[in-house]
Design a protein around this ligand. Structure first.
Ligand code: ATP
Ligand code: MG
Length: 227
């Protein structure tokens, strides 16, 4: 577990002058689980967005599997498509990622785009509907669901693509205890299978349970320490 998969060096980022990341440097090795912790507003979600190529560093560099990820690289549509298939992101707010007419289509979207045949896609969708206990929601419109239901659908829609790297922003937030327990077991199984996982959480128990390393951010948006 020594091969560096993601490497961030001296990353700085601000939203129209509002600083969110200050000289952030760290790496994530293949097969490792890295947990981000820190107080509200310290920059965890921004860092995860940057890792997923949704915002770009103003200073510093980010490489994924040795390739520079910046605005120029992601303008190349085949590079961008490949990158987004390798790294899956479940947002803190699932509303921004649900756009299909019903839950079944939402979960099927990713693997269909990736070119899997309809039988494989259907099996994946059914397995995830069952695993996340959302079978009864399959024909419902995602935007009408409760917060926790949306979170489950958002998780299923990313898990259905089986990405090489799984990035989860506050994955337990808004989930009931049973679903939290299921998700922790599921993530531990993925860890056992060698998946690279990056998670932000306010839950110390989860951080220590899953994290190979934990990165603590300061309120001034810099890295405090990595344990
Ligand atoms: N779209 C935006 N426009 C302007 N400022 C933003 C935007 N999103 C975040 N910020 C600011 O950037 C900083 C970092 O926000 P971020 O959402 O990354 O924090 P966080 O660590 O994820 O917080 P939380 O624990 O509350 O989820 C905060 O000061 C926030 O106010
Ligand atoms: Mg956040």
């Amino acid at each position: 577990m020594n091969e560096v998969l993601l490497n961030l060096e001296d990353i700085c980022f601000a939203y129209d002058g509002i600083v969110a990341l200050r000289h952030v440097s760290f790496n994530v090795k293949r097969g490792e689980t890295m947990v981000l912790q820190g107080s509200n507003g310290c920059g965890k979600s921004t860092l995860l967005k940057l890792i997923n190529g949704l915002v770009y560093a103003e200073q510093g560099s980010y490489t994924f599997d040795g390739q520079v990820i910046d605005e120029k690289a992601l303008k190349n549509s085949s590079f961008s498509k490949n990158f987004h298939q390798r790294i899956g992101f479940v947002f803190q707010n699932p509303d921004v990622m649900l756009f299909c007419n019903n839950v079944r289509d939402e979960i099927a979207f990713g693997p269909t785009q990736m070119g899997y045949d309809s039988e494989t896609v259907e099996k994946r969708v059914n397995d995830l509907l069952a695993a996340l206990d959302i079978e009864r929601l399959a024909e419902r419109a995602p935007y009408q669901l409760s917060g926790g239901e949306k979170k489950r659908v958002a998780l299923a829609s990313v898990l259905s693509m089986n990405p090489e790297v799984l990035v989860l922003d506050e994955p337990l937030a808004g989930l009931d205890r049973r679903t939290q327990d299921w998700l922790i077991d599921f993530l531990q199984a993925l860890q056992g299978a060698g998946k690279t996982i990056i998670i932000s959480t306010h839950d110390d128990e989860l951080a220590h349970l899953l994290g190979d390393r934990i990165l603590y951010m300061n309120e001034d948006h810099s890295v405090n320490y990595i344990l």
